[in-house]
Design a binder for this molecule. Structure first.
Ligand SMILES: Nc1ncnc2c1ncn2[C@@H]1O[C@H](COP(=O)(O)OP(=O)(O)OP(=O)(O)O)[C@@H](O)[C@H]1O
Length: 263
């Protein structure tokens, strides 16, 4: 078997379609995600970004087309994929400490307790929650809870981390910190990330690529390579002329998609 390279698609969407009753939402979405890429997905409200992510995660069956992950068609949530949702308050179990929340998905996977504890400690350190494992979610700020949810996803050691508007519910300063955190953990864990957002600045700042969806019935409107220098920097990157151009391009595409959407 050949060794996967950075060019190997890890996730492939082929003509993905999804309708809810009569409402056609996804209407043939096709794109690949390569190993190690950070791909942001943007589109007008209601274009089916969450629907698309749920289909990728095996949480929702497409009406037609397919999702292929590491060469296998996705028909249920794959073990090597993790999902982080926007609503951290519902994704962590309030009766468990943060360390126990992070450890939970490992219980069936790693039988050795001290190995599990070491993984929990490592991921909590990586997301800036060193020493906070004994706290309960309700004793933490929103930003800290979302860090814990990210740590839980990482503890799984996923090959792909899917994130659905993960920072939409936190304040602007925390959002900036979490954006840089997610770039850092992507490098540290060498994880492929698919990041759904409605925020154009966030998509261009974070992404190696930005996939812009049309309005429903939805297809891929444009697939844009982001060749901004790395590591990204919240101030320097956003001052670049190329950043402003990309931002304007994505903004224009979304505005025009909004005006053509039929739903
Ligand atoms: N389970 C469902 N049953 C029926 N309709 C649904 C269901 N889930 C989503 N929809 C509809 O499908 C469309 C796409 O929803 P989805 O949440 O995927 O879009 P989105 O692009 O993520 O939206 P937003 O940007 O507002 O978060 C919307 O019109 C929504 O009302």
């Amino acid at each position: 078997m050949s060794t996967p390279t950075k060019q190997t698609p890890i996730l492939e969407l082929h003509e993905l379609k999804k309708s809810y009753g009569e409402a056609k939402i996804l209407d043939g979405v096709t794109f690949d995600i390569r190993q190690g890429e950070f791909v942001c997905v943007v589109g007008p409200s209601g274009s089916g970004k969450t629907t698309l992510l749920k289909c990728m995660a095996g949480l929702l069956a497409p009406s037609d087309g397919s999702v292929v992950f590491e060469g296998q068609q996705v028909t249920e949530p794959p073990a090597k994929m993790a999902v982080v949702f926007q609503d951290y308050s519902r994704s962590l179990l309030p009766w468990l400490s943060v360390a126990s929340n992070v450890e939970l998905p490992l219980r069936n996977k790693v039988s050795n307790k001290s190995e599990r504890a070491a993984t929990v400690e490592r991921v909590l350190n990586s997301v800036g929650l060193a020493g906070k494992g004994k706290l309960y979610p309700w004793q933490m700020s929103g930003g800290m809870q979302q860090r814990a949810a990210i740590a839980r996803g990482l503890a799984y050691q996923p090959d792909v981390l899917l994130m659905d508007e993960p920072f939409a519910a936190v304040d602007a300063q925390t959002r900036i910190e979490l954006e840089d955190l997610v770039l850092r953990v992507r490098d540290e864990f060498d994880t492929t990330i698919v990041f759904v957002t409605h925020d154009i600045d966030e998509a261009v700042y974070l992404g190696d690529r930005v996939v812009v969806l049309s309005g429903a019935p939805t297809t891929v409107n444009r697939d844009i390579e982001v060749n901004l220098p790395t590591p990204r920097d919240q101030q320097q990157t956003k001052l670049l002329h190329e950043y402003a151009e990309l931002r304007a391009e994505v903004f224009g595409l979304i505005q025009s998609a909004k005006s053509h959407a039929s739903i």
